[in-house]
Design a protein around this ligand. Structure first.
Ligand code: CTP
Ligand code: MG
Length: 229
């Protein structure tokens, strides 16, 4: 069925985090997010190659902080996340399956990654981890006036890694469309996307509060209480 290749978008600027350097290079619990995310992927023992996409000027730094493994490659990302994933896909020529996994989800447990791969191997061509939505969600118009309240029971918040049969993701990226995640492009092809239970630890570190939370989680993990989360 071909190798499993993980693409790790890490070329964002981290505007919302507001740190002095791009987000993937910001330390959590003393370690750059990018290193933590790649460690989590490799810890599954189920991934044949990891391709990391970073800003052009940070390639050398990424190589230096990542494990010196023949399984890990660094390539230059793009202006938008979709451009970074495209660059990774171009470097993943022989993939059978592709996982796309944000560096910013640095605390993602290897168990979640393994469950995504298992579903792919079971024959599902597109697999995403999801969690129930805890807040009520509103749609609004341009003025900010509420236009509707979708039934929360039918909504899910989507995490990464998102897993795909490689040919399917390539087709999705070759087809014009607009989506805010990789699965969204696959949905536009009419291919069913399977959901599996996500994990609260796979949250995306986006804001300074998220960074404090991630730091606290890792500190708690040092004292072996993380299992209670
Ligand atoms: N990403 C990327 N290339 C881009 C933009 C984003 O590889 N041009 C990556 C980020 O590095 C991150 C992931 O996509 O690991 C999710 O994006 P997000 O959380 O939005 O990160 P940033 O774009 O860095 O943050 P912000 O939007 O606040 O600037
Ligand atoms: Mg962004």
């Amino acid at each position: 069925m071909g190798p499993v290749i993980a693409l790790v978008p890490a070329a964002g600027r981290g505007v919302r985090l507001g740190a002095t350097e791009p987000k993937a290079f910001v330390a959590v619990g003393g370690r750059p997010m990018l290193g933590l995310a790649v460690d989590g992927l490799l810890a599954t023992g189920m991934i044949d190659q990891v391709i990391v996409m970073v800003p052009a000027e940070l390639v050398d730094r990424a190589v230096a902080l990542l494990p010196p493994s023949p399984l890990v490659r660094v390539v230059v990302g793009g202006v938008e996340r979709i451009d970074s994933v495209r660059a990774g896909l171009a470097a993943a020529a022989d993939a059978g399956y592709v996982l796309v996994h944000d560096a910013a989800r640095a605390l993602t447990p290897p168990d979640l990654i393994a469950r995504v791969i298992a579903e792919l191997r079971a024959g599902h061509p597109a697999v995403v981890p999801v969690l129930p939505v805890v807040d009520t969600v509103k749609s609004v118009d341009r003025a900010g006036t509420v236009t509707g309240t979708p039934d929360r029971a039918t909504l899910r918040a989507v995490q990464t890694p998102q897993g795909f049969a490689a040919d399917l993701l390539r087709t999705a990226y070759a087809t014009p469309g607009i989506a805010t995640d990789d699965a969204g492009l696959v949905e536009q092809l009419g291919v069913p996307v399977r959901t599996i239970p996500g994990d609260p630890l796979a949250f995306k570190i986006t804001t300074p509060l998220d960074l404090r939370l991630a730091d606290a989680v890792l500190t708690a993990a040092d004292s072996s209480v993380v299992g209670n989360l």
